[in-house]
Write a protein that binds this ligand. Structure first.
Ligand SMILES: *Cc1c(COP(=O)(O)O)cnc(C)c1O
Length: 402
C-alpha cells in the first residue's frame, strides 16, 4: 500500500469502529435561523436542542445591531487583538461585561473552547495542580490535560472527595479548582458555596465556567454568581478569581469572555497563546453582543418565561414518570442509558416533528446516553405541551434501579 492508501485505511478503520458502536455523528443541515421552529434537511421541526436560551440569536434588535456593526467595521477584523484587530466595539463590550459581572476587567475570546484552554494553559504548568469535576465541559478537561499540571478529577459535585483529594495532594505550586457553573450535559448546578469554602481551606484559586448560567440565572441574568449573591453570598473576584462565560448561548451571538482582576486579564493578554495567535472576533459580533447584553439585563420576562417552561415540563414529565435527571435549569435530561435507546427515542420524536438531540459517549460517560432537551424563552407553553405529549407516546421504560 502507498502512504496515502495506508492513511485512508487507518482513517476508515477508526470510522468503522464508531459506526459499529452507534456512536457515529451526523451533521444536520439547517435551512432557517435557529429558533423554536427550524427547517432541517427540508423538514419543518419543533426544536428543543438549541442553546439560544433567551431567544436572542434571531432577535430583530440584535440582528439590526449586527448590521450596524458591519456597516461601521466591515465583515472581518483583519488581524489579532494585539496587532490591529481590536476595535472600540471590543473595548466597549469588555467594559460592559466587566461592570455586569462585578469584575475589574473582562477579556473577549473568539470561542469558549479557546478561552478555557487558554486560561488553563496560561496559568498552570507542571509545577501546579488542577482539580476538576468529572463532568466538566470538554474544553476545561482538555485545558487541564494540555497545561501539563497534575490533573485530578473528582466525582460529580462530590465536595467531600474534592476536600480529601486536596488534603492528600501536596502544597506545591498553584492549586486550582475548576467547575462548570451549570453542567452542560446534565443541567444541574455546581455547589458553589461549598466549593469556595474548600478552595479557601486549601488556599486554592477557583475558576467557574458559567456558559449555561450566564444570561439565564440571577434577576438580571448575571448567572450563577448573581443567583448566589441574591441568597446573601459575596462572590467577588477575590473569592472567585476566574470567571468564564460564553456569548454563543443565552446571549445569542458568538465568542466568550474571561473576567477577573487587572493582573489576571493583563497576564492573559501577554501570555495566552489562544488569545494572542488568532484573528479577533469580528467587531460586528461585539456590536451585536452589546445589544443582546442590554436585552438580557432589561427583559427579565425572558428568564421568567424560561423558568415557567422548565416548571411546566418537569411537572408533566413527573406525571409521565419519565426518567428525568434532577435539574433546575433550562437543560433537562431524559436518561436512557444506551446509545441505541437514545437514538431510537430521538428518531421517534423526529417522526412526530420534534427535534431533540441524542447525546452519547464520548460527550457523556458510557451507559448514560440521553436526550438533552433545552428550552428557550422563545418557546410557547403550548410547544412544551407538544413535547410532553410526544414523549408520552414513546412509552419509555423507567430507569433500571441500581
Ligand atoms: C459551549 C461551552 C463551551 C464552549 O464555548 P464555545 O463558545 O461554544 O466554544 C465551554 N464551556 C461550556 C460549559 C460550554 O457549554
Amino acid at each position: 500500500m502507498s502512504g496515502h492508501q495506508l492513511f485512508e485505511h487507518s482513517l476508515n478503520a477508526r470510522l468503522q469502529g464508531r459506526i459499529e458502536r452507534q456512536l457515529q455523528r451526523k451533521r444536520r443541515q439547517l435551512e432557517s435561523p435557529t429558533g423554536p421552529e427550524v427547517v432541517v434537511d427540508g423538514k419543518q421541526l419543533l426544536s428543543f436542542c438549541s442553546n439560544d436560551y433567551l431567544g436572542l440569536a434571531n432577535h430583530p434588535d440584535v440582528v439590526a445591531a449586527f448590521k450596524r456593526g458591519l456597516d461601521e467595521y466591515g465583515a472581518g477584523s483583519g488581524a489579532s487583538h494585539l496587532v490591529t484587530g481590536h476595535t472600540a466595539a471590543h473595548t466597549a463590550l469588555e467594559e460592559e461585561l466587566a461592570a455586569f459581572t462585578g469584575r475589574s476587567r473582562a477579556l473577549l475570546f473568539s470561542s469558549g473552547y479557546m478561552a478555557n484552554v487558554g486560561v488553563l494553559t496560561t496559568l498552570l504548568d507542571d509545577k501546579d495542580q488542577v482539580f476538576q469535576d468529572k463532568l466538566n465541559h470538554a474544553s476545561l478537561l482538555d485545558g487541564g490535560l494540555f497545561c501539563g499540571a497534575n490533573f485530578r478529577r473528582y466525582p460529580h459535585k462530590d465536595m467531600k472527595r474534592l476536600d480529601t483529594m486536596m488534603d492528600g495532594a501536596g502544597t506545591e505550586g498553584l492549586r486550582m479548582i475548576v467547575s462548570d457553573g451549570v453542567f452542560s450535559m446534565d443541567g444541574d448546578v455546581a455547589p458553589l458555596g461549598q466549593l469556595l469554602k474548600i478552595a479557601d481551606r486549601h488556599r486554592a484559586v477557583t475558576m467557574i465556567d458559567d456558559a449555561h448560567g450566564f444570561g439565564c440565572l440571577g434577576k438580571q441574568g448575571g448567572g450563577l454568581i448573581e443567583a448566589a449573591q441574591e441568597r446573601g453570598a459575596i462572590i467577588d473576584e477575590t473569592r472567585l478569581p476566574i470567571l468564564m462565560c460564553t456569548l454563543g448561548k443565552a446571549l445569542g451571538t458568538a465568542g466568550a469572555f474571561v473576567a477577573g482582576s487587572e493582573a489576571l486579564i493583563e497576564s492573559l493578554i501577554q501570555f495566552c497563546r489562544p488569545y494572542i495567535y488568532t484573528t479577533a472576533m469580528p467587531a460586528a459580533v461585539a456590536v451585536a453582543t452589546r445589544q443582546s447584553l442590554q436585552l438580557v439585563k432589561t427583559e427579565g420576562w425572558r428568564r421568567e418565561h424560561l423558568r415557567s417552561h422548565v416548571q411546566r415540563f418537569r411537572k408533566g414529565a413527573a406525571e409521565l414518570s419519565l426518567p428525568l435527571l434532577d435539574s433546575p435549569t433550562q437543560i433537562q435530561i431524559v436518561m436512557l442509558g444506551t446509545p441505541e435507546r437514545a437514538l431510537a427515542a430521538s428518531s421517534a420524536l423526529e417522526q412526530k416533528g420534534i427535534l431533540v438531540a441524542a447525546i452519547r459517549p464520548p460527550t457523556v460517560p458510557p451507559g448514560t446516553s440521553r436526550l438533552r432537551i433545552t428550552f428557550s424563552a422563545a418557546h410557547t407553553g403550548q410547544q412544551v405541551d407538544q413535547l410532553l405529549s410526544a414523549l408520552s407516546e414513546l412509552k419509555l421504560p423507567p430507569l433500571p434501579s441500581s
